[in-house]
Design a protein around this ligand. Structure first.
Ligand code: NA7
Length: 541
């Protein structure tokens, strides 16, 4: 069975819903294909205990529905997953978006039919969708990474990846639970599980920097004030480096201030309960000595919280400088290591040798019996969800082949050889280096303008020139290489978290505003660097 639309959208998270809504405004016929049985994307899948956004609620809300801004009452400074999922549901409901979404529909292959100028999108339901244009909003942290730890498939008790958490409640009471991974997800999950489990074992390979979120309820006064201030908030977001509200640096060079003032500034920012510490001075992410001082400041906090000095030392991050990985925002994480029912297992010192039917065996010979394993080992980020769709472009070339050595895109929005395929929060775009909802808005608006241009100018197909991709990669590499972040590539920003994945900068790190300006300039110059196919026959076939 075939169905034909103007545009096929992939995904029904924040990105897919925004795109669908925009296409409706433009009078295009569109369908969104969604693997899950409901909307939500990241917030549908990540139902693990403790799941919470690390961006403040008011900022992490859709900027394209001013009425909803006034009607929705956020309850906490940082929203928990159930509240965000309810919010996404509300977005879909009030705009009646679900009628154009096909749920429980996974894209199995996507092929460009060059003769007809169409994408042929095959799905696991047997229905094939055809459209001249496809917009992927498949997410950048949506393909779970299962670690290749020997014996993992032998574990005979419940095992859950945080990104595929079951819908039925998981009971931890009295159970011996192991959590593998201490990134944002593992930290959140461990903090929540520690409150319930009989015993929690946190398997840590790399200690990480985590700042206190200082989460709290939002008062009625604050809610009213924020509702009045939404317009300013949006303006601030759209004009800031990370589409985020952060106190500007106290100075550009930390060591121009006396030590006492610097430490007071770090302390003040620690107590804001946002990511402000990273921006205390303009040279924290570029000057190793300044960074070392702030990193030590965080280690001092950990040592003050964790009572056992040996455990505290193991929890102190030492492998990478502060800010080279996504900073973690926690709600009492380090405190759980003062509980009798929580053990830290340092698997850098004593690695996991294998997982057995009933637990984890360490290289030292120690065996830890577990009733349940929680896998918090992250994602095949940014490129994974796109490669998983088996996309074949012009000349039968697959995306997997094109990206064998890392992603090649123009603006993180389109690829040479894959005409009329747009990616929302795709590789080499800001992704989570900006508040992702704002990054989505910028992409949706750019794509919508491009589609309007194509209609006006009778352009059947658009794709970047090969040379434009090469030039864009140089720019992505140049901004990624600035500062200390380039020195730590063992994380998902560069593909270093997946064995065998080619390493390259997967995201644009040059700032949200500058990125938007580049995209707009290129569009305003008649889509400079793109090849436009004006043949009228193709898309109308
Ligand atoms: P992350 O940030 O990629 O963290 C994954 C964690 O899992 C990290 O601690 C890893 O240790 C650990 N890991 C990964 N593979 C293994 C193996 N094989 N053995 C042991 N430990 C392993 O994923 P998250 O889900 O926490 O967060 C992803 C993003 O979601 C986050 O940045 C926010 O943007 C939201 P490592 O550091 O590699 O030694």
């Amino acid at each position: 069975m075939h169905e034909r639309f103007d545009v096929v959208v992939i995904g029904a998270g924040f990105g897919g819903l925004h795109m669908l809504w925009k296409l409706r405004q433009m009078g295009r016929t569109a369908v969104a294909l969604e693997k899950a049985d409901d909307v939500g994307g990241t917030w549908y899948w990540n139902r693990y205990p403790g799941a919470r956004c690390d961006v403040p609620s008011f900022e992490y809300s859709v900027p394209w529905d001013p009425e909803l801004e006034q009607e929705w009452n956020w309850s906490e400074k940082y929203s928990a997953q159930p509240e965000i999922l309810a919010y996404v549901e509300e977005v879909a409901k009030r705009h009646d978006l679900k009628r154009d979404i096909r749920f429980e529909t996974t894209v199995t292959a996507m092929t460009r039919d060059e003769t007809r100028g169409l994408w042929i999108v095959e799905t696991d339901t047997g229905v094939t969708f055809e459209a001249p244009v496809v917009v992927s909003a498949a997410g950048c942290l949506s393909a779970p990474n299962l670690p290749d730890i020997p014996g993992i498939e032998d574990f005979s008790r419940p095992l859950h990846h945080t990104g595929r958490w079951p819908h039925d409640p998981v009971d931890f009471s009295g159970k011996s639970v192991g959590v593998i991974g201490t990134g944002s997800t593992g930290v959140q999950a461990s903090t929540a599980i520690a409150a319930e489990a009989g015993h929690l074992y946190v398997f840590q390979r790399t200690a990480q920097y985590s700042l206190p979120a200082l989460n709290r309820d939002i008062s009625a006064e604050e809610l009213a004030e924020q509702k009045r201030a939404y317009a300013e908030l949006r303006q601030l977001q759209r004009s800031s480096f990370g589409a985020a509200v952060i106190d500007p640096p106290k100075g550009m060079k930390a060591f121009e201030d006396p030590q006492e003032e610097r430490l007071a500034e770090y302390e003040r920012r620690w107590n804001i309960g946002r990511q402000d510490l990273l921006a205390a001075y303009g040279d924290i992410s570029t000057d190793p000595e300044v960074n070392a001082e702030v990193s030590e400041f965080v280690r001092g906090k950990i040592r003050a919280i964790v009572k056992d000095p040996e455990i505290a030392e193991k929890l102190c991050p030492k492998v990478n400088p502060l800010g080279t990985r996504r900073i973690i925002m926690d709600t009492g994480y380090f405190e759980i290591f003062n509980q009798d029912n929580v053990s830290l297992v340092d698997i850098r010192e004593d690695p996991i040798e294998r997982i057995t039917e009933t637990g984890v065996k360490l290289r030292s010979g120690q065996f830890i019996e577990l009733d349940m394993l929680v896998i918090a080992t992250g994602y095949d980020a940014v490129t994974g969800p796109l490669i998983d769709m088996n996309i074949t472009g012009r000349g039968g070339r697959t995306l997997a082949d094109k990206w064998e050595h890392g992603p090649e895109t123009y603006l993180g929005l389109m690829m040479h050889g894959f005409p009329n395929l747009f990616t929302i929060t795709g590789p080499q775009s800001p992704t989570v280096h900006a508040n992702v909802i704002m990054a989505i808005e910028q992409h949706v608006e750019w794509i919508a303008k491009c589609l309007a241009f194509m209609e006006r100018e009778q352009v059947a197909e658009i794709e970047p020139a090969r040379q434009s991709e090469e030039e864009w990669k140089k720019q992505v590499d140049a901004v990624g290489s600035v500062g200390l972040r380039a020195k730590d590539t063992n994380n998902w920003y560069t593909g270093g978290n997946i064995p065998g994945k080619p390493r390259s900068f997967l995201t644009w790190q040059g700032g949200f505003v500058r990125y938007g300006e580049i995209c707009d300039t290129i569009a305003n110059e008649g889509y400079r660097g793109f090849e436009l196919n004006r043949e009228p026959t193709k898309a109308s076939a």
